[in-house]
Ligand binder design. Structure first.
Ligand code: ADP
Ligand code: TPW
Ligand code: MG
Length: 591
């Protein structure tokens, strides 16, 4: 029996392939509206009431990718929005399917990725009186706190407007997640074909340029020109903006050292001489004027406050979202606008030689970089058995040095920290990771979204715990034959694999996962290629071979269970109980 509680499925009557040309229905109008607005992919899980919508999308040439869980479908849609600057669309069934997708939608909103979650929903009259419909939930209101906007279409003639509003809301200002509720009755309702056609809306100029005021740019340039120790911080808003050439030219023309946040890596290559990534503590602590380009002063930058930052530092903040300004520290020179327009204005306004970077500052950074490179080289070149995070990441870094085109997806705790620090990114938007929330579960969804929309290869570098959140999407990867290689950093646990049951019982400790798990064998069940790597050479060979094949693969990389740090680099955020301090666990790795 299907999961309808015995209710007859109404799917069969829904595609009106034989309908007369004079009549259309909600299903067709949704597809027409999406096509009219250049939606090329939809990621989802089928079921009542949207099964036939998925079929019709496919029939009409929108690529439909069917997932095993809505959260991964939603993550694929979110990353599509980030990479293409056009909303990624996720399609789910009612109540539980919708809620599964909602985590990804909320994550998209938090990260500023344009995404639309479209869910079918049950009978409004029954929902509103809570009379117990199949998959009953007031979805539109449930979505509101997690989205930029949440809409429901109650009449078929409003589908065009609903889709247009969703697109505009997702893209404008700071991008984010939008929910669009489509009740089953609206999908199956019929309408005159001409009325239907006339109701569609082609969205014109969905994200209008926001040109910053000339005064704000002059104020910012005056401040930059006064700096003794200037710094540019690039965030994923800068990567999203696709103003790569102007950003790079601005950084190079001014000579100001830059620090990329994790997903801004690759806007300028990591090996760029002006990169201050390897002198992070120094530049955050000593910079006197900092230009933030598409980056928030949130927890990832310790809110811009001492002791990490100098108490005297002055900020320039370039952002499309006015309310971000002054949210954590006072901003001396706010520049509100879209980064593409703003960087062009900066470049045309800035007189050559106006901003000078004192040689003492550049030299101090160079010296600290050199020290840290040498320290890091020791860790990278050590060859411990079993592998630790550094030696395994080095193997991946070396293979990817020859493949700048490959997307790197990265999640976990230690696996995330070491991956961010060690794997160089050579091109813009090639690194996709846990992002603003530090969420686990984005891995395979992001990998699929990136592979499907770009046609390029992806390496997903996953902690063994992180991998588990979306692991069943290996079947999706194999079903569509996508060029994705998943490297599982198998240290047997969350952070570490060597913790013990503090009660002395036989149950494993809360952070422990199965020792000796063979994740490579999971993909073999779906016809993909599994590799088992126990040393850097084996890992590098497996990765090079898997990438060259262009076929789905998993590399189970055996990492020392004792190599990790509790909570990775953010152990300072972990409230500690006596049980932790007595065991001497959870010492911060710091930077
Ligand atoms: P990171 O996580 O890399 O530090 P955040 O996600 O915290 O970056 O910050 C990104 C910022 O970029 C957000 O405040 C967002 O409003 C802003 N932003 C996103 N796209 C644009 C754009 N095209 N123009 C200007 N600002 C943008
Ligand atoms: C949705 C909490 C943060 S990091 C992590 C968890 C469960 C996994 C770390 O283990 P992993 O990496 O992946 O094996 P490693 O290399 O350190 O061993 N649920 C969600 N998000 C978060 N962030 C968590 C739980 C967490
Ligand atoms: Mg682990």
């Amino acid at each position: 029996m299907d999961a309808t509680g015995g209710r007859p499925s109404d799917d069969s009557k829904l595609i009106r392939e034989t309908q007369s040309a004079s009549v259309t229905d909600g299903f067709h109008l949704v597809v027409d509206a999406l096509k009219l607005n250049d939606i090329k992919w939809v990621f989802g899980v089928a079921g009542i009431p949207i099964t036939d919508l998925a079929r019709l999308l496919q029939a009409e040439g929108i690529r439909y990718i069917g997932f095993r869980h809505e959260q991964s479908a939603g993550n694929a849609a979110a990353v599509t929005g980030y990479l293409t600057r056009w909303p990624g669309v996720c399609l789910t069934v009612s109540a539980p399917g919708f809620l599964n997708g909602l985590v990804a939608l909320a994550n998209a909103t938090t990260n500023g990725f344009p995404m639309i979650l479209i869910s079918g929903s049950s009978d409004r009259a029954i929902i509103d009186l809570q009379q117990g419909d199949y998959e009953e939930l007031d979805q539109m209101n449930a979505a509101k706190p997690f989205t930029k906007a949440s809409y429901r279409v109650d009449r078929p003639e409003d589908i065009g407007i609903g889709v247009a509003r969703a697109i505009r809301a997702a893209l404008s200002g700071r991008p984010g997640g939008v929910y669009l509720d489509l009740p089953a009755q609206v999908l199956s309702a019929t309408l005159g074909a001409e009325v239907g056609r006339d109701s569609l809306v082609h969205v014109v100029d969905a994200a209008p340029r926001q040109i910053p005021s000339p005064e704000s740019v002059s104020r910012a340039i005056d401040l930059l020109a006064s700096a003794q120790r200037p710094l540019i911080v690039l965030g994923k808003g800068a990567a999203y903006a696709q103003a790569d050439a102007d950003i790079r030219s601005f950084v190079e023309e001014t000579g100001i050292p830059f620090l990329p946040m994790s997903m801004a890596k690759g806007l300028l290559p990591d090996g760029h001489p002006q990169s201050a990534a390897a002198a992070r503590s120094l530049v955050l602590g000593e910079a006197d004027v900092v230009m933030l380009i598409g980056v928030r002063l949130n927890w990832l930058l310790e809110h811009g406050k001492p002791p990490r930052w100098s108490p005297q530092v002055k900020f320039i903040q370039l952002d499309s979202y006015t309310m971000e300004i002054d949210s954590n520290r006072p901003i001396a020179a706010p520049v509100v606008g879209d980064i593409g327009s703003a960087m062009a204005v900066f470049r045309s306004t800035l007189a050559p030689g106006r901003v000078r970077v004192p040689a003492a500052w550049t030299a101090a950074i160079a010296q600290r970089k050199q020290q840290n490179f040498e320290r890091m080289a020791q860790r990278l070149n050590a060859n411990p058995a079993p592998m630790d995070f550094s030696s395994a990441m080095r193997a991946i870094r070396d293979v990817l040095a020859h493949r700048p085109d490959v997307f790197v997806v990265n999640e976990g705790a230690n696996t995330l920290d070491f991956g961010r620090d060690i794997i160089d990114i050579h091109e813009p938007r090639k690194r996709l990771d846990s992002g603003t929330w530090g969420v686990m579960g984005i891995g395979l969804g992001y990998a699929i979204g990136a592979a499907v929309t770009s046609g390029q290869s992806v390496v997903a570098v996953e902690g063994d715990s992180a991998f588990g959140f979306s692991g069943m999407e290996l079947e999706t990867i194999c079903r569509y034959g996508l060029p994705i290689v998943v490297v599982v950093f198998n240290n047997g646990g969350i952070y570490r694999g060597d913790d013990v049951n503090r009660g002395g019982g036989s149950d494993p400790a809360p952070t422990v996962l199965m020792k000796d798990a063979r994740y490579d064998r999971v993909i073999e069940a779906f016809g993909g290629k599994g590799y088992h790597a126990v040393d850097p050479k084996g890992l590098a060979n497996a990765l090079a071979e898997a990438l060259a094949s262009g076929k789905p693969a998993v590399i189970n990389s055996v990492i020392d269970p004792a190599a990790g740090t509790e909570s990775g680099h953010i152990s300072n955020l972990n409230p500690k109980s006596r049980i932790a301090s007595e065991q001497g666990k959870g010492k911060g790795a710091g930077e």
